[in-house]
Structure formats: C-alpha cells, structure tokens
Design a protein around this ligand. Structure first.
Ligand code: PXP
Length: 250
C-alpha cells in the first residue's frame, strides 16, 4: 500500500452556474449558492475561474466565496498582474495557473511552462509566500512537469480534455494512449514530490480510469456536473460522481 492512496478529493467547479446567470444578466442562478449546495453534498473544495473577460465568474463571486465557504477555494487564473493582485488580496487555499486565450470556448490546453520558466518562477513566488498552494494546469508532458517542479509549484493538474474528447469521439486508440500518458506522468510528477490533480471534461463515463491513478489526489469537475444537475439536482449529481470516484479507487 502506498502512502498516498487516501480518499480522492472532488473539487466542484461552479463556473457554469455563472455562465447561466450571465446569459440573462442579473443575479440568478447564484454560483455561490451552488457552491454551498456542493459543499453540503460532499464536495471537498470549490473551484472557480475568474477569466480576464469575466465571461462567467465575476469579482464579487470570488469575494462572496471567500467570505462564505467552509471548504477550500481553488482559484483558477491566468498568469497576469491583475489576477496576481486579486489572489494576493484574497489568499485562497490554492491558486491554479491556467493558460487563457480570449477566443477559446474553454481552457484548451495546458500551460507552456518550459519556455516561460523564469517568468513563471517569479510570478508564483509571492503567491507561495502568501500561503497559497500553487498548482499548474499542464499537459501530460515530462518536459512541462519537470519545469513546473523547477519553478517551485507544489501541485500540477493534468489536463484530461484530450482523453475525454477522444472518448466522446469514439477514438479509443487515442483515448487509451492519452490515458497511458497521464498514468505515466502522474507517477513521474509524484516521484518529483509534486501533488497531482486532474480535470477538464470529465463525466460519469470517463472519470473512473483517472480516479484509479493512485498518485492523483484531487479531481476538479464542473461543466458536466452543472449540466447533470438540471436533470437530477446538484446534490445527487455530485453524489453519483463521488460514488464512481470511490468505486474506482479500491
Ligand atoms: N480544471 C481546470 C484547471 C479547468 O480550467 C477546468 C475548466 O475550467 C476544470 C478543471 C473543469 O473542467 P470541466 O468544467 O470541463 O469539468
């Protein structure tokens, strides 16, 4: 038995409750209420991405999450000066640095760390000094993981999007290759002393193989859970994800 084979944490990403709210303007549905419900339903943490263009989560959501949450907030952000200032003001439990392109529909790939090592090392240092756990959203790529370790990140989050897309498209060869890369790279990251998380695009069909990696200690899941909550309610949607994660872990 390895020392890291504990209960896998589930971080619920509430961005798309805010997407729905913003589609009409006004205050409803309230992503902070969703965060509270998720917390009651057994979420181990809440994830929220304050994008530069504020297309879903807005600054006052972060203010209210910091004021009201009992579970840790994982604050996703691009490596910009503005976001660093906001993170340093709030000092959330975790900061996850993600690449951001204005024209993208969602976060398409992992961060390019290797080419930006010096800049990123300087960028994350004050966040670490402020007590935030710094996570880097990254592809399953040895060069990028090594660089993430070198710049002083404590955590990497593996981007599961390509694996999930391949599954949805029925391209099982690519899916299995992506999965194998993630399996190898989560072991490699763990061997460097990095904490390993994973997320993006996961649903009930794709979660189990990733949840089964012993080095992965946290999954961050949003879009699917918020969509599924229309049909079952947020609590039951989260409970089913929790059940599948726990079943994959034994
Ligand atoms: N992890 C990270 C770093 C993300 O950027 C996102 C999407 O915001 C997620 C997890 C959750 O992805 P999804 O909403 O597709 O479950």
């Amino acid at each position: 038995m390895t020392d890291y084979a504990g209960r896998l944490r589930l971080g619920v990403n509430i961005d798309h409750v805010a997407t729905l709210r913003n589609a009409r303007g006004g205050d409803l549905p309230d992503p902070v209420r969703a965060a509270q419900l998720a917390q009651e339903a057994g979420a181990d943490g809440i994830t929220a991405h304050l994008r530069e263009d504020r297309r879903h989560i807005i600054d006052s959501d972060i203010d209210r999450l910091m004021e009201t949450l009992r579970v840790p907030l994982n604050f996703e952000m691009a490596a910009t000066d503005e976001m660093q200032k906001i993170a340093l003001r709030h000092k959330p439990h975790a900061v996850c640095i993600v690449p951001e392109k204005r024209e993208e529909r969602t976060t398409e790939g992992g961060l390019e760390v290797a080419r930006e090592e010096n800049k990123l090392a300087g960028y994350i240092a004050p966040l670490r000094e402020a007590g935030c756990r710094v996570s880097i959203f990254i592809g399953a790529d040895e060069r990028q993981i090594t660089a993430a370790h070198r710049i002083g990140a404590q955590v990497i989050e593996l981007h599961t999007g390509a694996y999930c897309d391949a599954h949805a498209e029925g391209d099982f060869e690519t899916r299995d290759r992506e999965l194998e890369m993630m399996r190898e790279m989560s072991a490699y990251a763990h061997s460097l002393g990095l904490e390993v998380h994973a997320g993006h695009g996961l649903n009930y069909d794709t979660v189990a193989p990733v949840a089964a990696f012993p080095e992965v200690v946290e999954l961050n899941i949003g879009h699917f859970l918020i969509g599924e909550s229309v049909f079952r309610g947020l609590g039951p949607a989260i409970a089913e994800m929790r059940r599948l994660m726990d079943a994959a872990r034994v």
